[in-house]
Design a protein around this ligand. Structure first.
Ligand SMILES: [Zn+2]
Length: 265
């Protein structure tokens, strides 16, 4: 894989990330994707050089050129994250053949869905059903497609890994009446289970809990030590982060298989 190709996929990722920001922002607001992007403070139509991913934000120091209104950090952050994810997906799942390209395209497509889910969940603390169902459905459908793009019958464990991993989250939702976990998290885990399979899926969930706990504790004791208000951090983005860590760096990140061997065999 040439470095030129990786840089190209990073730039492609920031451009698509920039578009996903707009999609997430306008989702469920009744706004279409047709209108021009505007400044939220003064309504100024943005020109092409104010819409260059990451760079426009840096050159304008995070402010609107006309009214100096602040531009959200969400934009460059999502653009950079999308760029990194795209570059890594092209690196780990390179489109070397037509069959391999299908694989690359699958991961690029679910990445777009998961980024919109992430933005929306952070903003509104809700995972939109149509997005998470689409993600789960195509993750399930892909199990039936062999690497040579012919039909394949997946193993029972592969099919069950989604529901088995989602079940504890659905139960947490029921028992806590939605205070610990939203039902959206269960739907998300359903798809993550189908993408990663049972064992890698468990690793992703454990990672999500660890990172989530670490961030929450840091937030409570360092950032907002003096504040009494409870800060609710949605769990969806941690699950998605856990999935990418395991997907892109392999099960080596956290391998729990010896633990299962120890318990069950
Ligand atoms: Zn403005």
């Amino acid at each position: 894989m040439s470095s030129f190709f990786l840089i190209f996929s990073f730039i492609l990722g920031t451009l698509i990330g920039s578009f996903l920001n707009v999609v997430a922002l306008r989702y469920n607001t009744g706004m279409t994707l047709n209108g021009r992007s505007k400044c939220f403070s003064c309504g100024k139509n943005l020109t092409w050089h104010e819409l260059i991913p990451v760079f426009s934000f840096l050159f304008q120091k995070g402010k609107c050129k006309k009214c100096k209104g602040k531009i959200s950090w969400q934009y460059p952050t999502i653009e950079i994250i999308a760029g990194i994810l795209f570059a890594m997906i092209f690196f780990v799942f390179p489109p070397t053949t037509i069959e391999a390209s299908f694989n690359t395209l699958f991961y690029i497509f679910i990445t777009c869905l998961l980024l919109i889910i992430t933005i929306y969940d952070v903003k509104h603390k809700i995972i939109p059903d149509p997005l998470v169902y689409t993600f789960s459905a195509i993750a399930l459908a892909k199990l039936f497609i062999a690497p040579d793009l012919s039909f394949a019958m997946p193993s029972v464990l592969a099919i069950l890994s989604g529901p088995i991993l989602a079940l504890p989250f659905a139960l947490m939702f029921l028992f806590s009446k939605g205070t610990w976990m939203g039902l959206g998290d269960a739907k998300l885990v359903l798809g993550i289970g189908w993408v990663l399979g049972f064992f890698m899926g468990i690793s992703a969930i454990v990672l999500a809990f660890w990172i989530g706990a670490l961030v929450s504790v840091t937030w409570m004791y360092i950032v907002f030590r003096k504040m009494k208000s409870r800060y609710e951090i949605p769990f969806g983005p941690y699950l998605i982060l856990g999935m990418y860590l395991v997907l892109l760096f392999g099960i080596q990140v956290i391998d729990l298989r010896p633990f299962f061997d120890y318990i069950f065999f």
